[in-house]
Design a protein around this ligand. Structure first.
Ligand SMILES: [Fe+2]
Length: 280
């Protein structure tokens, strides 16, 4: 079993940085903290996992709404004020807004950004009292100073989650727990929340509605860190050996990156992951 030191990154495919990054920064409080030729790394000030953005041109696909990332605000009234702000910015950013709604004790608004992606701004104001503390206990130690995000009527306090679709949810839960070494929190029959035990952010895994669903690309993956380059190679060997048993669909070779190493694979659902020795 993998012994990950962290779930350190989510990846995100858009069409152009110029189109998408102003949206993520103005509406979601994400900040650019790093860049190279082909990708930019964004981070929410209250959240240690990174969102790595890939700009793949005008043909980058529109991802399903069931594959989104989400930020959290403190209470339900903020979701309504966020919706009003999104309405004000709709023309400027070319976003589409999906009316706020309640779901599993959350109250949230979704929007689509023209880079091909859906986002969620959610509140779990009443979730802890209904037994959802395991995933909804505060994702932030200190609220974001309001001046960091002023005049909008709401403050995204953390980047809390990404989502994946799974054809075989039960087998996926076993794979995440027994192979990837992640914590699986089960609250509802048709979904699970997977996370690194040490950190609050999570990936919501939901039962796919159809077998021939739209697959995500390797640019829309999650990254797990392990403690050394040797551990990356050990993990690769065990993936190679067990590829058939674990129903691994793609397995890419280990690549060196300076003093670090990493490899990519797609799992039994065709969802992409990366194992790296980098620690953030
Ligand atoms: Fe969500």
């Amino acid at each position: 079993m993998l012994n990950p030191t962290g779930l350190i990154r989510g990846h995100y495919e858009c069409r152009s940085f110029d189109q998408t990054i102003p949206i993520l920064s103005d509406l979601l409080a994400l900040e650019v903290v790093g860049e190279n030729n082909s990708e930019k790394t964004l981070k929410h000030p209250n959240t240690d996992w990174r969102l790595v953005i890939h700009a793949n041109g005008p043909d980058a696909p529109i991802k399903p709404m069931r594959n989104h990332y989400g930020v959290r605000v403190t209470n339900n009234a903020e979701v309504d004020r966020a919706t009003e702000y999104l309405e004000r910015k709709k023309g400027e950013f070319g976003i589409k807004i999906i009316k706020p709604r309640g779901n599993h004790n959350a109250y949230s608004v979704h929007f689509y950004e023209p880079g091909g992606n859906y986002w969620e701004i959610e509140s779990y104001e009443h979730a802890v009292e209904t037994g959802m503390g395991k995933t909804t206990n505060p994702h932030w130690a200190h609220p974001l100073p309001t001046e960091k995000f002023s005049g909008k009527g709401y403050v995204p306090q953390a980047l809390t989650h990404g989502t994946l679709e799974n054809e075989d949810l039960e087998a996926s839960e076993r794979f995440y727990r027994e192979v990837l070494g992640l914590e699986v929190v089960k609250l509802w029959p048709s979904s699970c929340y997977i996370k690194h035990p040490a950190t609050p952010w999570y990936v919501v895994c939901i039962q796919a509605l159809k077998q021939n669903r739209q697959r995500l690309s390797r640019y829309q993956r999650f990254t797990l860190a392990v403690d050394s380059v040797d551990s990356v190679h050990d993990a690769y060997r065990s993936f190679e050996t067990n590829r058939r048993a674990w129903k691994i669909k793609d397995l890419e070779k280990v690549e060196a990156n300076g003093e670090d190493a990493s490899f990519l694979f797609s799992d039994l659902n065709g969802n992409w992951w990366e194992i790296t020795s980098e620690q953030r």
